[in-house]
Design a protein around this ligand. Structure first.
Ligand code: ZN
Length: 373
């Protein structure tokens, strides 16, 4: 799988504690050695990459088998060191930013995702369920986007991937990944067996929602059509199952909305927010935004939620109260988009003794577990 680690103007610093090879775009060896001490990888204005004393339009860093590469992003707020298996391919984009792709085995990738997408206290069966969901999501994207130069992003846009982790959680995750090796969720479409796009979120708050609310107009297969009743997520820590009222000022919300919607840039201010439509599951499907001069704009509920901020409007299963200066969100249920697997619900069921496979098939109705390899 090709994982986009970052696109960075400042570049990064890499190290390999073991033998390595750096190849150019046509496979020619540019540098090799028994160990690569910390070295900066940067891009100049001519889009040439500088790495280990050579300059090249593209570079592939490959450690000898078994070794990992330590990477520190130089423009990140917190310069943390992450370790990656596989190879790293460096290239540049039009803006002379350094692009880093991690070419890595799917199973290793999944082991690098699960620790960031579950809570450490989760049951082993929940770790297994998360491994299958993460693997399924990745395989779905690998099948979808042949035209892109990557399959998945390492950040929250897809699944959070932070490379190899060697602590207790890392070991528990590797056991869960090994126990489910190659297993994915698929459904039997009229044209054959298809891997599903295995969406998941923290807590559904009572009922899952259809992928159609996230991707209007998409042809949504049965396992992602929502409507799954779940109260197992009531064990969730913090405010995931039910959340306390939260507020945002209209001026702060308007500033967020303007950056996301050009049509609103000409409005003087935001005067009102109303719920225009709810889904069968009771989630906000569409909001109506009103401007100071009578302008109107409708927006999908999930899009509106991300504009508000997902820490404030934790789900679209809530009420909106327009208080004049501020918008208040009340009666909040669930945390996240609520499509597919409910992660805290999975944990609740695992604690009651259910197995990962059984749990997954409940949240993705009509799906089945298949071995992809
Ligand atoms: Zn749930």
């Amino acid at each position: 799988v090709r994982v986009l680690l970052f696109e960075s103007r400042a570049g990064c610093r890499v190290r390999v504690l073991g033998a390595y090879t750096i190849c150019g775009p046509t496979g020619e060896v540019l540098a090799e050695g028994d160990e690569l001490p910390w070295t900066d990888v940067t891009v100049d204005a001519e889009r040439m990459i500088h790495i280990a004393g050579v300059s090249t339009p593209g570079a592939n860093l490959a450690p000898a088998s078994g070794a990992t590469m330590d990477v520190v992003r130089l423009d990140a707020e917190k310069q943390e060191q992450l370790a990656f298996a596989g190879e790293i391919e460096f290239s540049t984009d039009d803006e002379s930013r350094l692009r880093a792709l991690n070419l890595v085995e799917v199973e290793t990738y999944v082991a690098g995702v699960v620790p960031n997408e579950v809570w450490p206290q989760f049951h082993d069966e929940a770790f297994k369920g998360q491994a299958v969901a993460a693997r399924t999501y990745a395989l779905y994207l690998m099948g979808e986007h042949h035209a892109r130069y990557f399959d998945v992003r390492a950040g929250e846009g897809d699944q959070v991937y932070r490379g190899v982790r060697d602590d207790d959680i890392g070991r528990r995750v590797r056991a869960a990944v090994n126990a489910t090796h190659g297993v994915v969720l698929a459904w039997d479409s009229p044209s054959g067996t298809r891997v599903i796009c295995a969406y998941y979120s923290a807590a559904c708050g009572g009922k899952s929602q259809s992928l159609a609310e996230l991707r209007p107009g998409a042809d949504v297969p049965p396992p992602l059509r929502g409507g799954v009743e779940c109260d197992f997520c009531k064990i969730a820590k913090g405010e995931a199952y039910r959340w306390k009222p939260r507020e945002i000022t209209k001026s702060a919300l308007f500033a967020q909305l303007k950056t996301r919607d050009q049509a609103m840039a000409s409005w003087g201010s935001l005067s009102a927010v109303e719920i225009a439509r709810r889904t069968d599951a009771g989630r906000i499907a569409e909001v109506l935004l009103r401007g100071d001069a009578g302008q109107q704009k409708s927006m999908a509920g999930e899009r509106f939620r991300l504009a508000v901020g997902s820490r404030v409007m934790r789900s679209t299963a809530c009420d909106i109260v327009d208080e004049g200066e501020v918008i208040r969100f009340e009666n909040g249920r669930g945390f996240g988009h609520g499509v597919g697997l409910c992660q805290w619900g999975m944990e609740g069921q695992a604690r009651e003794g259910r197995r990962a496979g059984e749990i997954l098939l409940m949240y993705y109705p009509g799906a089945r577990l298949v071995r992809a390899y």
